[in-house]
Write a protein that binds this ligand. Structure first.
Ligand SMILES: Nc1ncnc2c1ncn2[C@@H]1O[C@H](COP(=O)(O)OP(=O)(O)OP(=O)(O)O)[C@@H](O)[C@H]1O
Length: 335
């Protein structure tokens, strides 16, 4: 479990030259949970990652792993404490002149583990990430996805309580990304890891996260369970987690409405039901229906006759759906 309390990082000093990059950041990730952190460029994600794995000292606040505040430790104690957090970086940061096995062995060597125990553990870890047959390959002989899997093996070498994934899927193709995400969820479950997953890729979040936090200008401006966010029509984060392509334009006489599922139990045939109930055709102008954590999540734009809008809104609300006029979507009604 990792608890981050009132974490603040200020670079520089003096009111003019100081830069508050993290400002009162708070979140908790339990063992067995993946917490995704998302935010625009410059929001403070890398700085947060560095404060979590203690490459940067927080200016104030706490980073508590399984009850111990790591931000408070002496330099010597910090070296030991770092073992509790394994990190997988963007493009894995493997040493080019060491084989996959030698890269995974690095943290064990620093720790002073015996040759035999290191060999056994490295073998075990490479097998676990599906690369038992690539132990003697150098990084340039591995694909990007395989390098990231070696990165996971290395991050797990010292049996950490927390796994920090810092933009680890950036640059991977969709297949390698999926395989990385699958491995991440497997090791989370097997080892009960608390995973902090930093990314700017919304589609990866929907696939793996249990909870999500949105960081902007150094502050976590929104956070919650993934399912709650995608079912919240008012959440900007929820909206960006329900991506959708272009929407067609409603024809004259029709009103365009944005429709979002806010219940976990919206019937799949809701359009037919609502259409029959209010006795009017419903046109679908754009739609994205996806399953998130076993829950059906819908985000659509539909159009109905102007005279039927109120009835449509009432009928959909009864089925767990929020319908609102599309901004600027109220078209000239010609009678
Ligand atoms: N060592 C430093 N000294 C001063 N300012 C820094 C330092 N490191 C980062 N910053 C500033 O902190 C802010 C946040 O940077 P950070 O790299 O954490 O953002 P980010 O969300 O990871 O961005 P990106 O997605 O582009 O990598 C930026 O304005 C950056 O200039």
């Amino acid at each position: 479990m990792i608890e981050v309390e009132h974490l603040t990082k200020v670079f520089g000093s003096g009111t003019e030259s100081s830069n508050r990059v993290l400002d009162d950041v708070n979140f908790t990730v339990d063992g067995g949970e993946i917490f995704a952190v998302v935010g625009p460029s410059g929001a403070g994600k890398s700085t947060l990652a560095q404060c979590l794995n203690l490459l940067q000292r927080p200016t104030s606040g706490k980073v508590i792993v399984n009850g111990d505040d790591l931000a408070d430790l002496s330099a010597a104690a910090l070296r030991t404490a770092r073992r509790r957090i394994g990190t997988v970086f963007q493009s894995s940061n493997l040493l080019a002149r060491r084989t996959a096995a030698e890269n995974v062995a690095l943290p064990l060597e620093y720790l002073g583990a015996t040759k035999q125990s290191t060999k056994t553990r490295v073998h075990e870890l490479l097998d676990r990430v599906g690369l038992g047959d690539k132990a003697d390959h150098y990084p340039h002989q591995l694909s990007g996805g395989q390098r990231q899997r070696v990165g996971i093996a290395r991050a797990l070498a010292l049996k950490p309580a927390v796994l920090l994934s810092d933009e680890a899927t950036s640059g991977l193709d969709p297949q390698a990304t999926d395989s990385f995400l699958r491995l991440l969820t497997e090791v989370r479950d097997e080892l009960g890891l608390a995973v902090v997953f930093i990314t700017h890729e919304m589609e990866t979040i929907v696939k793996v996260a249990d909870k999500v936090g949105r960081i902007d200008q150094g502050r976590i401006v929104e956070q919650g369970a993934l399912v709650d966010l995608v079912l919240d029509p008012d959440s900007p984060l929820g909206k960006s987690l329900r991506p959708r392509g272009a929407t067609a334009t409603a024809v004259d006489g029709q009103v365009s409405l944005d429709v979002t599922y806010h219940s976990v139990a919206v019937p799949v045939d809701w359009i037919t039901r609502v259409g029959q109930r209010i006795g009017t055709p419903i046109s679908v102008l754009g739609a994205n229906i996806q399953t998130v954590d076993g829950v059906s999540v819908g985000d659509l734009t539909v159009s109905v006759a102007a005279a039927d809008v109120d009835e449509f809104v009432t009928a959909t609300a009864e089925l767990g759906i929020t319908a609102r006029r599309t901004a600027g979507g109220l078209l000239e009604v010609t009678v």
